[in-house]
Design a protein around this ligand. Structure first.
Ligand SMILES: Cc1cc2nc3c(=O)[nH]c(=O)nc-3n(C[C@H](O)[C@H](O)[C@H](O)COP(=O)(O)O)c2cc1C
Ligand SMILES: *[C@@H]1O[C@H](CO)[C@@H](O)[C@H](O)[C@H]1NC(C)=O
Ligand SMILES: *[C@@H]1O[C@H](CO)[C@@H](O)[C@H](O)[C@H]1NC(C)=O
Ligand SMILES: *[C@@H]1O[C@H](CO)[C@@H](O)[C@H](O)[C@H]1NC(C)=O
Ligand SMILES: *[C@@H]1O[C@H](CO)[C@@H](O)[C@H](O)[C@H]1NC(C)=O
Length: 384
């Protein structure tokens, strides 16, 4: 009797200790912007972190616009997991290390293209929900920071208008939702080539229609109603039509990563679409860890990129430590676009700087040499 009472109390204490989900952890933005009227933008100078842009966009945009960006699928378990997963794994910082060369080590390549930082902009549809200049702000922000912009196939503006605003030599990839219609698929490839895209990104994670409940309430849910007959034959038939490398976005298991390598895929993006498609799908960190633990040679045999829930430099470092070559940011860029080009430029420079300075504080002298030993891969129970 005593024992069971005790057990009940322990269970209750455990339940009370459960930590509520924090979409935007409180770092004081509300204290500073306490009188900001709804529908008004704060000063860009007040934005000091990626999550501040989410706060600003929520306060400023019509609810439907904001919700389109914010939404996840189903109960948003994967959306939340994407944000929380990183801090289940603590760092193992090295001290007494000379890290003064860290800034020189930040540049890297993706598919042979030089970029300033292991960072890219993930393809997100409909930048027009955030700003009238839509994707033009994003392409310019990417140029200012010398990072790759993967342009969504469902952009507000046509790809050729976006690429016309690019700097000479700027690297754009074109994301395409290939369908079951071969004529349409070929047309899309030609448009990407004509716009000067350096790679085509095939989003393979959405062959059906997701249940995006939050956005459906505002009439801005998914419009995809066709079931896709994707196959490796389709991959080869698409790849045979272009010299551009076909990158697969939305790989969620080590087994699929290995299959992609066998089929000759030059780069893959680990992604669960920001938790917007299959609720319960793993975060890219969990997939990268599965690959690392079962077959780390995958990271050498193809270029592995990843996105989902990256809001801090420390999130990016955990992915890079496993062998991921560059990381993508989605929603924060869309939220920063409410400030226009300057907002996107600032958001990208914030995350770039964080990656560099967090690496320095982790005791990483050369970011290209970060490895899994910088992280404790036994998850802590902070988030249970
Ligand atoms: C508003 C929105 C639109 C998106 N549209 C696309 C798209 O058109 N094509 C695509 O491949 N992925 C799309 N994604 C997924 C992103 O490319 C990326 O995987 C995801 O946003 C990364 O997670 P994060 O938003 O937490 O950074 C979209 C995501 C959001 C939030
Ligand atoms: C990074 O920049 C340095 C200096 O310009 C250059 O020597 C090096 O090749 C670059 N590395 C990559 C991976 O692009
Ligand atoms: C990348 O930079 C290196 C030197 O840093 C240069 O040799 C190489 O040509 C560049 N590659 C491209 C594709 O611009
Ligand atoms: C909200 O989205 C609509 C539809 O794209 C757009 O016309 C409108 O300008 C957006 N509102 C803002 C404040 O960007
Ligand atoms: C296939 O795509 C082409 C080109 O976009 C279009 O003209 C045609 O109507 C489509 N066919 C079907 C069956 O939808």
């Amino acid at each position: 009797m005593r024992v069971s009472t005790c057990a009940v109390i322990l269970l209750a204490a455990g339940a009370m200790a459960a930590r509520p989900f924090l979409d935007e952890p409180d770092t004081g933005i509300t204290d500073v912007l306490v009188d900001l009227p709804k529908g008004q933008l704060p000063d860009l100078d007040d934005m000091v972190a990626l999550n501040d842009f989410q706060y600003a966009a929520r306060n400023y945009l019509p609810a439907a616009n904001y919700t389109y960006y914010r939404s996840g699928a189903g109960g948003e378990w994967s959306y939340r997991n994407n944000l929380e997963v990183y801090n289940r794994y603590r760092f193992k910082p090295r001290t007494v290390v000379d890290i003064t060369s860290i800034s020189n080590s930040m540049n890297t390549t993706v598919l042979g293209y030089n970029i300033s930082s292991p960072l890219f902009i993930s393809p997100c549809a409909r930048a027009g929900y955030g700003h009238p200049d839509a994707e033009l702000n994003i392409v310019r922000g990417a140029a200012a920071n010398n990072v790759i912009y993967v342009v969504s196939g469902f952009s507000t503006l046509p790809l050729k208008q976006i690429s016309a605003a690019a700097d000479p030599g700027q690297i754009l990839f074109s994301q395409i939702y290939f369908g079951n219609n071969d004529t349409y698929n070929t047309e899309q490839i030609r448009l990407a080539e004509a716009a000067g895209a350096k790679a085509i990104v095939w989003a393979v994670d959405s062959p059906g229609s997701p249940s995006r409940q939050r956005s459906a309430r505002y009439g801005v849910g998914s419009a995809n109603t066709v079931f896709l007959s994707n196959s490796w034959d389709r991959y080869h038939s698409l790849q045979a039509q272009t010299k551009l490398p076909l990158v697969l976005k939305g790989i969620m298991t080590a087994a699929d990563a290995r299959t992609a390598i066998r089929q000759g895929v030059k780069a893959i993006i680990l992604s669960n679409h920001g938790g917007r498609n299959l609720d319960g799908s793993p975060s890219s960190l969990e997939v990268a860890l599965e690959i690392y633990q079962t077959d780390p040679s995958v990271f050498k045999q193809t270029e592995v990129l990843a996105d989902g829930g990256i809001r801090y430099g420390t999130d990016a470092l955990r992915l890079l430590s496993l062998g991921v070559k560059a990381v993508g940011v989605g929603r924060p860029v869309m939220f920063s676009n409410v400030f226009g080009e300057e907002g996107v430029t600032k958001a990208l420079s914030i995350i770039k700087n964080e990656i560099m300075n967090d690496a320095a504080n982790l005791g990483v002298a050369n970011i290209k040499k970060i490895d899994a030993s910088y992280v404790q891969w036994t998850p802590n129970n902070w988030y249970s």
